[in-house]
Design a protein around this ligand. Structure first.
Ligand SMILES: NC(=O)c1ccc[n+]([C@@H]2O[C@H](COP(=O)([O-])OP(=O)(O)OC[C@H]3O[C@@H](n4cnc5c(N)ncnc54)[C@H](OP(=O)(O)O)[C@@H]3O)[C@@H](O)[C@H]2O)c1
Length: 344
């Protein structure tokens, strides 16, 4: 990417959990932001609660990106893209149609729109996932550490198989969408470069339009279920997590750092987590939770991780620090109680 900083950034998924934090981080740094959303009314709600950024923030409605070409008409004046949007839910009826093709086509659409003649785009930051890194069948030796060099070996055939769970399909959607992005760069040698971020579970307060706990995004919904009394507690598929505010900072730093071009990073807190540790924190911090959180688990047990994940490289190269798990959980629970239950 040219040494010159981008000025006008297109953010896809801008009305979702992570995308809205990316929007706020960009605005706070003085960037102009064009948010792409499927819902004009969510865009209007985001604008309405950010009056101080009226001159920097606009939204464009972009239909479901199962169709290639959806971004072609919204690139005018844009010199960088943060592509966050991707389907993230588990109640699928057709793995390939619901999750995998939209994820891949979304990536192809945004990259081809950015490569149109006359495009000023010089960098694209893509929200991938630790799902495209992790090999769930690996039995790692002691001290094994996942780095950005690792790729999930899942095959396309297994990911789309109707017999595969939607969790497997989601992992495939992230892997094959990220691969499509790297392949596009290799094949087309466009004028922009690419940075991909592969976060594990993302938790933290929300800044996108959510009007009830039923509308929380997938990862936060599971965390909230602990406070709401889930019994048994959910089981963490991976013991790794990152605070959404740290992840947003990583996205924006990835856009701003000339040396990040062509790199893949894993933003992940150095602290492993478990839902048991979340339950401990919530009970310790909130009196009301002593009755609501289940007692039926081993309290005080430190989270165990059978492997490490290198989150230090990205924090060092992109200059940010990680929140502690306790802070993330408390900030999130305070917000949910205040916004949806009118008490803290
Ligand atoms: N949360 C996590 O734990 C986690 C972990 C690793 C990676 N990620 C990745 O982070 C990204 C954002 O996830 P999130 O947690 O912020 O979830 P989210 O709140 O559900 O956001 C998903 C966003 O993608 C957009 N989207 C989904 N399907 C689409 C489609 N077919 N066409 C156009 N837009 C579509 C949604 O648009 P609308 O707002 O218009 O509905 C929404 O803004 C995804 O790429 C996800 O894979 C999330």
């Amino acid at each position: 990417m040219a040494a010159q900083q981008p000025l006008h950034v297109l953010v896809t998924g801008s009305t979702g959990f992570i995308g809205a934090h990316v929007v706020d981080n960009l605005l706070a740094k003085g960037f102009r932001v064009r948010g792409a959303t499927r819902s004009a009314s969510k865009g209007e709600q985001m604008k309405a609660v950010r009056p101080q950024y009226a001159s920097l923030l606009e939204f464009v409605t972009v239909q479901d990106f199962s169709h290639i070409g959806v971004f072609d008409a919204v690139m005018d004046g844009i010199d960088a893209v943060i592509h966050v949007a991707s389907p993230f839910f588990y109640n699928t009826t057709d793995n390939e149609k619901d999750l995998i093709l939209p994820a891949i086509n979304g990536v192809k659409s945004i990259l081809s729109a950015s490569a149109q003649s006359g495009s000023k785009v010089r960098r694209i930051v893509l929200t991938s996932s630790f799902a495209s890194v992790l090999d769930v069948d690996r039995n790692p030796p002691p001290d094994f550490v996942y780095t950005a060099e690792h790729w999930n070996p899942l095959s396309y055939e297994t990911a789309i198989d109707p017999g595969s769970s939607s969790v497997v399909a989601y992992r495939g959607s992230k892997k094959f969408a990220e691969l499509a992005a790297w392949e596009f760069i290799k094949t087309n040698a466009p004028r922009f470069d690419l940075v991909t971020l592969c976060p594990p579970m993302v938790f933290g307060p929300t800044v996108h339009p959510v009007s009830s706990v039923d509308q929380l995004n997938e990862s936060n919904a599971v965390l909230w279920s602990v406070a709401a009394g889930a019994d048994p507690l959910p089981t963490a598929r991976v013991p790794a997590w990152v605070d959404v505010r740290d992840l947003a900072e990583a996205h924006v730093q990835a856009l701003m750092s000339p040396g990040a071009g062509g790199k893949r990073y894993i933003p992940v807190s150095p602290e492993p987590f478990s839902y048991e540790s979340a339950a401990d924190i919530i009970k310790d911090q909130f009196e009301w939770a002593v009755d609501s959180v289940t007692r039926d688990y081993e309290a005080g047990k430190k989270p165990q991780a059978s492997y490490g994940v290198d989150g230090e490289t990205v924090a060092r190269e992109l200059h940010f620090r990680y929140h502690r798990f306790r802070e993330t959980v408390v900030d999130f629970v305070v917000q949910v109680r205040r916004d949806f239950y009118a008490s803290a």
